[in-house]
Design a protein around this ligand. Structure first.
Ligand code: NDP
Length: 332
């Protein structure tokens, strides 16, 4: 049996290219005692992967060259010599950009009777917990407050706004283009969504945000950095709270200017950056709530699906350009 794998073979400078990756077929060795073989059904593509491709100081070590790219996966156990897992078990783990993985732990069984398997990489997985943690533990969102979120149609942002609405907040999103904005308001139930691409001029962008946030902004969930973040900072109420989750507008090396950092001082804002994997103690509570909401149809989500492992690099490059609409997945 062979395993198709995608290796990172060179580090991108700026936007990644197809040449940074290499597709290889590798034989799968027989599993040993305590090991199991998982056949991946879905691979998650996430913005953090771009940071891992750089060889520079960060919160996690760089992805080693000529090794399988790191990545979250869900799939099925097809062979087991591990006491806690049996063939047929559906599992979530960090299997990487490959069709199979041989592991001895680090995976978790999931129940697919009410929640589709792929959702464990989205709203009931890492992106969902990220939204839950930033909104509840950093923004500390309360009923009646206004919460702003960038990349609002995406895996994380879409959950932030829906959780905020469920709490009785006003949810205002930013997204690129009319289709994404319409989805954010009409399908996800946000109160407003600003198409930042239609407001290239910072004054206009601020005007649109002001109209959408008559009572100012109490909590900011920041995924992007740049013009929308500048506008949100200006609309923040005194002692407002900012969950700094991501700055995707700079992941390919673009500068991310902050026009007026003095607002942090004059409005006495609290800004807390976070990495969700450093808060594992919150995952069980978050996953229970998110799982219940998805199973009961209270949390909606959308997926963009690339077909086959070979399509992963293109899909990843596209995600960093905003081509995805909802959670970017690869169907293996
Ligand atoms: P998304 O599904 O939101 O996909 C990325 C989206 O970012 C694109 O669809 C695009 O939407 C938007 N985007 C890309 N470039 C720009 C740009 N230059 N300006 C504005 N928007 C842009 O991805 P995720 O939900 O998985 O991730 C969202 C953010 O959360 C990322 O910054 C990511 O790094 C961060 N994150 C952080 C975690 C943590 O622990 N701190 C954990 C997980 C995610 P549009 O077309 O609307 O612009």
């Amino acid at each position: 049996m062979t395993n198709r794998q995608l290796l990172l073979v060179s580090r991108p400078s700026g936007e990644p290219t197809r040449d940074n990756f290499k597709l290889v077929d590798t034989p799968i060795a027989p599993i040993g005692d305590g090991q199991l073989l998982v056949r991946h059904a879905w691979l998650s593509l996430d913005p953090y992967m771009r940071g891992r491709m750089n060889d520079k100081k960060s919160y996690a070590p760089p992805q080693p060259l000529n090794e399988v790219m790191i990545g979250g996966t869900v799939g099925e156990v097809i062979e087991s010599r591990h006491p806690s897992f049996a063939p047929g078990d559906q599992v979530v783990g960090m299997g990487g950009w490959q069709e199979y993985s041989v592991v001895s732990g680090g995976i978790r069984k999931v129940d697919t009777s009410r929640i589709p398997l792929s959702a464990y990489l989205g709203p009931v997985g890492m992106p969902g917990v990220t939204a839950w943690y930033g909104l509840n533990r950093i923004c500390e969102a309360k009923p009646g407050q206004t919460i702003a979120v960038t990349a609002a149609s995406g895996a994380v942002g879409s959950v932030v706004g829906q959780l905020a609405k469920a709490k009785g907040c006003r949810a205002v999103g930013f997204a690129g283009g009319p289709d994404k904005c319409r989805y954010v308001t009409d399908e996800l139930g946000f109160d407003a969504c600003i198409d930042y691409k239609a407001h290239g001029d910072p004054k206009e962008l601020y005007g649109a945000l002001k109209a959408a946030t008559p009572d100012g902004i109490d909590g900011c969930f920041e995924n992007v950095g740049g013009a929308a973040f500048d506008a949100v900072l200006r609309r923040m109420n005194e002692h407002g709270r900012i969950a700094l989750c991501g700055m995707i507008s700079g992941y390919n090396g673009e500068p991310i200017p902050l026009r007026d950092p003095s607002i942090l001082l004059t409005s006495r804002l609290m800004l807390q950056a976070f990495i969700v994997s450093e808060h594992m103690d919150h995952w069980p509570a978050a996953l229970t709530e998110l799982g219940t909401m998805v199973a009961t149809g209270k949390l909606k989500y959308r997926e963009t699906i690339a077909e086959g492992l070979a399509a992963a690099p293109e899909a990843f490059i596209g995600m960093l350009r905003g081509k995805n609409f909802g959670k970017q997945l690869v169907k293996l």
